[in-house]
Design a protein around this ligand. Structure first.
Ligand code: GTP
Ligand code: MG
Length: 427
């Protein structure tokens, strides 16, 4: 437990009906009592009505005291719900600081929860993802993390690796019992099972990333085919400039929409042509090629040869005017014809998993479990070739450490710092 008591405004900055000021640490009750007055005293986990009097301001508030360890951070926590004016919240916070609390840093409450064993690293990531969620799929994936679903899965993996290591060491300890070959085969089978389990998790990353961060859709094509008009139709407002002149868009232009609970981030690009007007257009076209490379799906609006590993969807534009059916899906950005249908086609094509299943949502989790899987594969190769059990154990311990880092057991301080720096103040 830390010695100091931290305080912050936990609600968003600005005007609101109610705001929350949170304090955590040994002195939080004492500090709160210097400004909070009520008929009944603060009781464990009970909402108490009273007045905050800071000397310069008064407000009617509700305060709740959560004694350690039954609190978010695991320390003594007090929450004060006051009226949501920044004048009031800042005045109360300043007073709490004068009385001995310290301004909390970004994510410091959650970091304390992590350090006090109330939350693991992947659960903490779930909480920040929940706060940042821009779509239902992101919120669902985040909740699965925050509620410990990934923690359970990785614990199954670390437990199985520990068992396997113990098994192998039994072979090591009693070689005279002629266990070696039998033991090795059994161990190999177990190792393969753990590899499969790990792989089932790493396989969810593609989908989890899209659910969490959104799907990257890029519109590409030759000048004047209607790319910017299509962007505007997809996002529902005049995001990009449209003119009848070829070469209107000179830079990438981003917008977004939500379909089926998933966020789609759309990039409109400069039309590709060899006889560009000037340096700005040339650079814009280069950006079009770069955008296409980083896409999850590219909407190709004409016969442009697009080099990308992403899904491609060939589209015929201006179908209100151009009636010649060439087999491509036809839309009109101008009249809105087939725009909803196009959104559905894109949604189906990228196949984001929006169900209740646990998904890896960030590169850190994916890297850790991939490292675990690779170390397990080396261990399996060693077992197959009957190499020294001690050498196999080295790989197993590496796999254990990699899987353990998902939830923090073996994560480096740098990684932990990186995660909590993504939080806002007050969480
Ligand atoms: N009739 C009709 N005209 C369209 C449609 N979409 C675009 N246009 C027209 O085609 C012209 C070019 O449209 P833009 O959306 O600017 O085309 P672009 O592909 O973004 O062009 P650049 O930015 O120059 O590469 C404009 O005059 C639009 O009004 C459509 O669906 N139907
Ligand atoms: Mg354009």
């Amino acid at each position: 437990m830390k010695d100091d008591t931290i305080a912050a405004i936990s609600t968003a900055h600005g005007r609101g009906a109610v705001a929350l000021i949170r304090m955590s640490g040994k002195e939080s009750l004492k500090i709160c009592q210097t400004v909070f007055k009520s008929k009944e005293g603060l009781e464990e986990r009970k909402a108490i009505y009273g007045i905050v009097d800071t000397g310069s301001l008064k407000d009617d508030v509700i305060a709740v005291f959560y004694p350690s360890p039954r609190s978010y951070t695991g320390e003594d926590v007090v929450e004060i719900f006051c009226h949501g004016s920044t004048v009031i919240t800042e005045n109360i916070l300043r007073t709490l600081i004068k009385k001995g609390a310290r301004y909390a840093q970004r994510g410091e409450f959650t970091r304390r929860a992590f350090e006090n064993g109330k939350l693991t690293l992947s659960e903490s990531e779930g909480i920040i993802d929940l706060i940042d969620a821009q779509s239902e799929s992101a919120a669902r994936a985040a909740y699965n993390l925050a509620s410990g679903k990934l923690k359970e899965k990785t614990k199954e993996i670390t437990d199985a690796i520990k068992n396997l290591t113990a098994n192998l060491n039994a072979v090591l300890d009693y070689p005279e019992e002629d266990l070696e070959t039998d033991g090795y085969e059994e161990c190999l089978e177990k190792c393969r099972e753990i590899i499969k389990k790990t792989e089932r998790l790493t396989d969810t990353y593609e989908s989890g990333k899209k659910a969490n961060e959104g799907v990257c859709v890029v519109i590409a094509g030759r000048p004047n085919v209607g790319k910017s008009t299509l962007l505007n139709a997809l996002v529902g407002f005049e995001r990009a400039i449209v003119t009848s002149q070829a070469g209107t868009t000179r830079d990438t232009v981003e917008g977004s929409y939500v379909y089926g609970g998933v966020l789609f981030k759309v990039t409109d690009t400069a039309g590709v042509r060899d006889d560009y007007d000037n340096e700005a257009e040339r650079m814009g076209i280069q950006r079009s090629f770069d955008a296409v490379k980083g896409a999850d799906i590219v909407l190709v609006l004409d016969d442009l040869n697009v080099e990308t590993a992403a899904e491609k969807l060939y589209i015929r534009t201006k179908c209100d005017e151009n009636k010649s059916d060439d087999g491509r899906f036809a839309v009109s950005g101008k009249t809105g014809e087939n725009i909803e249908e196009l959104k559905k086609i894109i949604f189906d094509k990228v196949g984001v998993n929006t169900g209740g299943e646990v998904l890896l949502t960030n590169l850190r989790q994916f890297d850790a479990l991939t490292k675990c899987k690779l170390a397990l594969e080396r261990a399996a190769d060693g077992l197959k070739e009957n190499i020294d059990a001690e050498l196999v154990t080295v790989d197993l311990l590496e796999a254990l450490s990699a899987a353990g880092s998902v939830d923090g057991a073996s994560a480096t301080a740098e990684v932990v710092d990186g995660i909590f720096s993504r939080f806002c103040v007050g969480k």
